[in-house]
Ligand binder design. Sequence first.
Ligand code: AP5
Length: 231
Amino acid sequence: MALEQRPVGKLDRAVIFLGPPGSGKGTQAKVLAAKCCVPHLSTGDMLREHVANGSTLGLKAKPIMERGELVPDSLVLKMVAERIERPDCSHGFVFDGFPRTVTQAKYLGELLKRQGFKQPFVIHMVIGNALLIRRLTGRRTCKVGGEIYNIYDRPPKVEGICDNDGGELIQRPDDREEVIRQRLHAYEKQTSPLVSYYRRLGFLHEIDASKSVAEVEQEIIQAVSGIRGAR
Ligand code: AP5
C-alpha cells in the first residue's frame, strides 16, 4: 500500500504545526488529524467562530485580528484549556496555529504534563517569505466545510464554489496585503523564537513546506509514523 494511503493510527500526544502565515499549517493539519482520527484544533478558526458569533471573546479579538496582531495570551490560553479537556481529545490532537508565543508554549507544556500526555511532536513548516504572499492573497476558504483552496495553485473546479459541498468560497479579511505584512511581522517577532525553544527541547521536526501539497503531506506522514511508540 502506498505510504500516503496507509492509516497513521492513533496519536498519544499533541502534534503542533509551527510556521508562518501561509506555510500550509491548516491544509496539512486537517489531513493529518483526519488520518489519526483526532481533532484538528485551529486557534485561528476558533477565534473566527467567536468573532462570527459575537461572543465577548470574539468582540475583543475582532479588531486585533483585523490588524494582523496576536490576540493576548490570557484570552487564547483559556479557550485552548477548555477545548482540550473535552473527551474527544483524550487520544491526542493536532494544533494548528498554537502555541504562538513562548508563554503559550510553556503553559501548554504544563497542561499536557498534567493530563498525562507524552511530549509533543512539533512540525516546523520551513518556507521563504516570497511564496507566502502569493499563497495568502490567493487563498479562498469554503464557508460551509472550511476546505482550503488557492486560485493560483489549487483552484476549485467551478470558480467560487467548493468541490466538496457546494459552499461559497470566501477570502479572509486578514488576507489583504497590508494585513499579511503585519502578520508576517508578528510571526517573526513573537512566534519564531519558538523554533529554538522547541529545538532545544528536542521536539522539533523540520519539513520543507515549499514543496507541493502532496509532497509535504507525504513527508509529514512519514515523520509522524516514526513517533508512535516513542517517549
Ligand atoms: P490563523 O488562522 O492561525 O492564521 P495564520 O497562522 O496566519 O496561518 P494561515 O491560516 O494564514 O496559514 P496556514 O499556514 O494555515 O496556510 P493554509 O494551509 O491556509 O490566525 C489568524 C489570526 O488569529 C492571527 O493573526 C491572530 O490574530 C489570531 N490567532 C490565532 N491563533 C492565535 C494564538 N495562538 N495566539 C494569538 N493569536 C492567535 O495555506 C495558505 C494557502 O496556501 C492556501 O490557499 C493553500 O491552498 C495554499 N497552500 C498550502 N500548502 C501549499 C503548498 N504546499 N503548495 C502550494 N500552495 C499551498
